[in-house]
Design a protein around this ligand. Sequence first.
Ligand code: BGC
Length: 713
Amino acid sequence: MDLQKLLREMTVDEKLAQMTQLVPQIITDKGEGAVTGPMRNFGITKKVTSRIGSVLGISGAKKLKDLQDFHLAEDPHKIPLLFMADVIHGYRTIYPVPLGIGASFDEELAEKCSAMAAKEASVGGIHVTFAPMTDLVRDARWGRCMETTGEDPYLNSKMAQAMVRGFQGDLGKDNIAACVKHFAAYGACDGGRDYDAVEMGDHTLREYYLPAYKAAVDAGVELLMTSFNTLNGIPSSANKYLVNDILRKEWGFDGIVISDFNAFYEMISHGICENEKECAEKALNATSDIEMMSTCFVKFGKALLEEGKISEEQIDNAVMRILKLKEKLGLFDNAYRAASEEDEQKIHLCPEYRELARIAAEKSAVLLENNGVLPFRKDVKKIAIIGPVADHGMTGGWYCCGKSSEAISVIQGIKNAIPNAEIAFARGCSAEPNEKAEDVIEQIFEAKRIAQDSDIVILCLGEEIDMSGEAHSRARISVSDSQTRLIKEVCEVNKNTAVVFYCGRPLALEKIKDVAPATIIFWHPGTEGGNALANLLFGNVNFQAKLPMSFPYEGQSPYCYNHLRTGRPSTNGGYCLGYRDNPYEPVYPFGFGLSYTTFDISSPTLSSEELTEEGEIVVSVTVKNTGKCEGIETVQLYIQDVTASIARPVKELKGYQKVTLAPGEEKVVTFKITVEKLKFHTFEGKFEAEKGKFKVFVGNRSDIESFEVFRLI
Ligand code: BGC
């Protein structure tokens, strides 16, 4: 396709329409399509809607082929529509929420899961996913923790790249284009309140918040979505510093920049634009290409051009990026692309995909406590399954076309695994965070009764899927009063109890830490949750995941393990960093997670005590399985820059490796340190390493204390 010729033939109005994205109901007048933000009458004509460039929030081969036909019949240049959707952790077969994928510390898994989602979405007619979301988050109150891979820039970057590789592959028909979001620093919203402002210095922005978006760009992501929030007073939609200077010029990104839902129009509410015309001007001048769910471009772009406030070249650049993506995806050759009802039947929820979703749920579950009660014996006769989230599938928010009814509940999973046991079920309480124990005391006593009468108890608590996600921030992240009481009552009468938390964010677990014999964080596990849990609880597979976010005490958020050092480090004593009523360190640190076996990790040995600019140091540890079953340990490398021109974090993750060991087996694990791992953003705006002393920590959690030292010379 000669795209330049096509561009020349398009009128300005057609170009502006190409840069507009709407939900399908606005085009067809049929009530179909998922809406994730405010709707209003846009006041645009049929002529405009029949020429728009892309659609969001609809899926399914048949529907999308029909919509494509409807559009092509009207569009004078026969430019196919791009179909975009939130394929966040699966399309029809749902795997754990991204926070769970982060916990797996397994890039291959992240890539495979994204590739599966891409294939399912592609045959369902989708061309672009609004994923990966690589927003770094330190505040457990934020609802969208579930969509991130956590608090660490290194882990987030690795995961972002793996997801981009998985979704996009070679952009063939099995793949879809990825859209990294939400640029930038959306996860740092004040107070953990979704959509709230972000105030942040350049150092923190570049050092912690930007790396994962950059990693996605380096991995070749095709699109980038700007965020809702203001950053230092400027909404990302109009933030020339972010988009023109950093993204386009510094990072050389020439893909599509798309707004978030209605975000251009919302600049009026932010109070930085008086009307839609100003919104269009500011967004266009920040090199935005697609306007999602508002119509400032189509309504006012032409006038701005006539007034000389924007140039036709700006518009042409944007349209060309859109046309190029359409061509790359093969839409000019086949506007249906991979959409196929037959393939949907064959591929969606096929056994291979269900198996991958199960493995992903197993690899993402974090074992926080186990006094030896787990794994349960398989010859148990009576099992009590208790809790408000045990009897239904727990797909997790942004479940796309996944269905709770197609997901395996805990009850079903346990029945599948231990078919001869008798299962008793009681809800015990609800997942409502403000529920008081006294209001459900009868239910709690009923649960206690069945617990007393059973060999083992599986208590499934935490959050329903709609308690985290967009616009679902929480002021308090503690386990509710009713759930806490339920745990206490049940554990009192049955010591063979495992508490399984479903959640889309870290929960404050201090009240139950020493009460439950075993505690598991199962996130929102997806389609195969119940089967995966049964495999873990009965020891068919071992736990291997690690926390991708610190689990703080109530009131500690925001918290991160890689915080800066202060003049008065926390000793939990007087006149030091900390609280009067809480310890300073979290309940469970970043990187922590147990296994059914135990590992011994030796102190690191360094190949040299000095590192030169061009050289490398090899750090080696011997990891030994000191327990009784096979296990996988995630060995983590952390570095501290001891003295630098600005304060540096207590430690930072710089590498991790998974090692599988049979009982008694040991292996040497090595990491290479080069100067690249020591670079940081200096006060002068340079990215460089400074000579001096560095500490090296290697272990299986972020709060390891022993270290070795080297110098950069
Ligand atoms: C969310 C985005 C999402 C978009 C489209 C917005 O509300 O912030 O993450 O991709 O809706 O559904």
